[in-house]
Design a protein around this ligand. Structure first.
Ligand code: R5P
Length: 293
């Protein structure tokens, strides 16, 4: 087995290689003068399992391209199996044609990966209208979850927490996390006016006053979803409000916008960011150990 990366998940890739005692060899990726991709493996992959560790952020478009080029090249060079470890899998939110003429991006992304790699391992992919990754992938898939690690972090760092999911679909992770923490949980009803404007209302009125509110979501992109939930918690006299996101994309100055509503903003290291406090390497390690056997 060898571990490589297209550049986005270097730290996790290195840690995995060290723990698994396998070679870490990053790819050389550059551009020709006209902008075409140049990609090169720097170690022999013939007969080996090649693990490409690459989150789809930053630059989800280039990441997809790089992964497809890397996967195809590894196969072409005679790799035994190509496994993509994508801690964050992009394009999953466009899971239907919301308006006439739109691309269903998740299906196109999956089609490209189906041809390029043999297996995909990912963490909390955005499954809203799909029941499972099998709905779009024909290759083998493994969906891992950060829920347990997030819950353990909350148990260690908070004394009197309540969990809030900022929208209906967040109930799946909000409830699972609250169960392990053993604390109250509720979700908000979110109405999305546009990609940058949402309104939220709490569904079950649980006691917030005097509590440490933790808002958990799978993706924090512009931050508006988190901010609206935080405003509600503030109004209800929460003692502190913390945001925990699995995938911190933080686009369009999200952190700056979120700062005044939150005591703390925490993410897993699925996407590299200064808010990373919850390490996903042990979870990925467990899965890759099975591949090494
Ligand atoms: C969508 O349903 C996701 O679970 C997140 O709530 C959403 O992607 C967050 O986006 P934003 O930070 O732009 O409000």
């Amino acid at each position: 087995m060898i571990i490589t990366t297209c550049g986005n998940s270097e730290l996790i890739a290195k840690r995995l290689a060290k723990q698994l005692k396998v070679k870490y060899s990053p790819l050389t990726i550059a551009s020709f003068p006209d902008g075409d991709i140049y990609l090169k493996f720097n170690t022999k992959v013939k007969g080996k399992k090649v693990v490409i560790v690459q989150s789809f952020q930053p630059k989800s478009d280039m990441s997809l391209f790089d992964i497809v080029f890397a996967g195809e090249t590894a196969k072409n060079l005679g790799a035994k199996k190509v496994i993509l470890v994508a801690p964050y899998l992009a394009y999953m939110r466009q899971d239907k044609r919301f308006n006439p003429g739109e691309a269903i991006s998740s299906r196109i992304m999956a089609k490209m990966l189906n041809g390029a790699v043999d297996k995909i391992i990912t963490i909390d992919p955005h499954l809203h209208r799909y029941n499972s990754l099998k709905d779009i992938f024909t290759i083998s898939t493994k969906k891992l979850s950060a829920n347990r690690s997030i819950a353990e972090h909350i148990k260690k760092k908070f004394k009197n927490p309540v969990i809030i999911g900022p929208d209906a679909e967040s109930y799946q992770w909000a409830e699972a996390i609250a169960k392990v923490v053993n604390c109250p949980v509720t979700v908000c009803k979110k109405t999305r006016i546009s990609s940058r404007h949402v309104v939220e209302k709490m569904i079950d009125k649980i006691t917030i006053a005097g509590k440490q509110v933790i808002i958990v979501d799978d993706i924090v992109s512009t931050g508006h979803t988190m901010i609206e939930a935080a405003k509600t918690a503030r109004k209800m006299k929460a003692v502190s409000v913390t945001a925990i996101g699995v995938h911190g994309l933080f686009v369009e100055n999200a952190i700056k916008k979120m700062d005044k509503y939150f005591d703390d903003i925490i993410t897993t290291n699925c996407i590299k960011h200064s808010t990373n406090k919850i390490d996903m390497t042990p979870l990925l390690l467990q899965e890759l150990r099975k591949e090494k056997r």
